[in-house]
Design a protein around this ligand. Structure first.
Ligand SMILES: [Zn+2]
Length: 279
């Protein structure tokens, strides 16, 4: 019994480690990017209010996501948006879509809000930190919810195998996610304040079975950052840089190596612990 389980895990390891990475970077295969405009519907995300002006993160993420989609399509990539209008969408549905269509990469677009960054603003890219006890707990919750939703066999054995498999997928996708995140930050360096690549626990990245990143493309409370996304020309330039990073990733080009900051080294975002499974 134990030997069978070890053998199963061994097979899973090799199937998981080899498949997503080599497929994603094989230029002869179609490359599918799922772009996730953060928030939507009743979930506004961060809000900027000044005088009679009220601007919401959900609107900004959709503007940038649409331009990024256009840029990627022009470059020959296939693109699917998790939402293309203002609607409620659960985090689990966003990654479920990416998993269902077997996306090669998943990019979630967000904006930050922090008093500390009003003057400097800037952009940062997150990858998932799944090497913590808290992540393991949330992963178990997520997997259990998925099993329940699909009314799959929820006995302990299948649940354990599912968790082991998910853990292997996350391990396999860590380095490619880092490469993609470093490429994004490297592309915007010198144009936008580079806040680096960071690692944190985001539900929306936890659900993805492919290399995935979450881009905090600016600060809602920084005028410079808001204007960069509101004005078409600067927004298109930003979208072109992110699309360039996707090209770098696909072509496996070596970019400038970058440091990944763990949560110990930066203040945990107020946005992380969100109710109702939404970022
Ligand atoms: Zn957000």
């Amino acid at each position: 019994m134990v030997r069978n389980l070890i053998f199963t895990v061994f097979l899973l390891f090799f199937s998981v480690v080899s498949a997503p990475i080599s497929d994603a970077r094989d230029p002869s295969k179609k490359f599918l990017v799922v772009i996730d405009p953060g928030h939507g519907g009743s979930d506004t995300g961060a809000v900027y209010e000044g005088g009679k002006t009220r601007l919401t993160e959900k609107h900004f993420t959709l503007l940038l996501a649409r331009d990024l989609a256009r840029e990627l399509i022009i470059r020959g990539h296939n693109v699917i948006l998790t939402r293309n209008d203002d609607r409620d969408l659960l985090l689990s549905d966003r990654t479920a879509l990416a998993n269902k269509v077997k996306a090669d990469i998943f990019i979630s677009i967000h904006l930050n809000s922090s008093e500390e960054a009003i003057k400097t603003g800037g952009m940062e890219t997150f990858i998932l930190n799944h090497a913590t006890d808290e992540t393991s707990r949330r992963l178990a919750d997520l997997e259990n919810a998925v099993l329940k939703d699909s009314q799959a066999n929820s006995d302990t054995g299948s649940s354990n195998v599912s968790l082991i498999m998910k853990d292997l997928i996350l391990d396999a996708n860590l380095e490619p996610s880092k490469d993609l995140a470093c490429s994004v930050q490297s592309r915007i360096r010198g144009k936008i304040n580079d806040r680096g690549v960071k690692q944190a626990l985001f539900y929306v990245l936890l659900g993805a079975d492919m290399p995935s990143i979450l881009i905090e493309s600016g600060f809602m409370n920084s005028k410079e950052d808001r204007d960069r996304i509101l004005y078409t020309r600067s927004r298109l330039a930003m979208a072109a840089d992110i699309a360039g990073a996707v090209d770098d990733f696909r072509q496996n080009k070596a970019r400038v190596p970058c440091m990944v900051q763990s949560e110990k080294h930066f203040q945990r975002k107020a946005e992380l612990p969100r109710p109702k499974n939404r970022i």
